[in-house]
Design a protein. Sequence first.
Length: 305
Amino acid sequence: MSSAPYPIGTPGTPWGEAEKAEWRSRQTRQRSYAQDVLSAIDRARERFDVTQYGELDYAPDLYPLFAIRSRDWRDERPTVLVTGGVHGYETSGVHGALQFVERHMADYGGRVNLLVVPCISPWAYERIHRWNPHAIDPNRSFRENSPAAESAALLALVAPLRDRFLVHVDLHETTDSDESEFRPALAARDGKSSEPESIPDGFYLVDDEAQPQPGFQQAIIDAVAKVTHIAPADEKGEIIGSPVVAPGVIRYALRPLGLCAGVTEARYKTTTEVYPDSPKATPEQCNAAQVAAVRAAIDYALAHA
């Protein structure tokens, strides 16, 4: 149990609207979605199709949501979805997706249809947070009648293609702030106690419990291991409380949990988890690890489709 109560709310009592408003008032803009993300998306317009698939109205701010598509889209080709920034504070998820677009998306021209959504949660990106302004985690909200506008917008975007995806790679990070801020905030919001957990030092993947693809996950781990280190299991043989089924790989029930990686019927799906706070990793390595994961995922799927 945490040594001190979270500064908002009453321990043991779920938050109401007053507590959520107090939490929201404490969130400050620390970086710019327009400067960091939209400018990179604008540069991609020269080579790819960019479409606006929604807009978040969080007064006084409006956040347009964009997806980047292959320009030579053909229905007979395999389709690949890459998503980043479901949790806005997970920086390499956003910038890894953008770096993939800039440096490697064109390499797959004529072989696959690519749909890249680099920043699903721009309000949270600017405030370096996990939740949206209503204290909702988008990555537990990818379900019908979603309470999160971010999740609902992505679900609407992929709905016409849901059965046609071969691959979905969802780019994430696990950070020290998960333990120092986000898990205690979650416990406080829900009126529960916060139990301390360890943060894995290194990269790992989350496979789909319903349709595991061990060869696919291993190919990604092998590629990323050339860029950054892979997280070891803890003394219980687990990573973040889940059994390690292969080096650097755990499994979740993606769709029942409302996770982004469960939004399609893709045969090959994974959630990446980079550890940016490791003394053995730099921001550049974290971005490169995300790019390596995407490339390895596509290459494996094409070789085994």
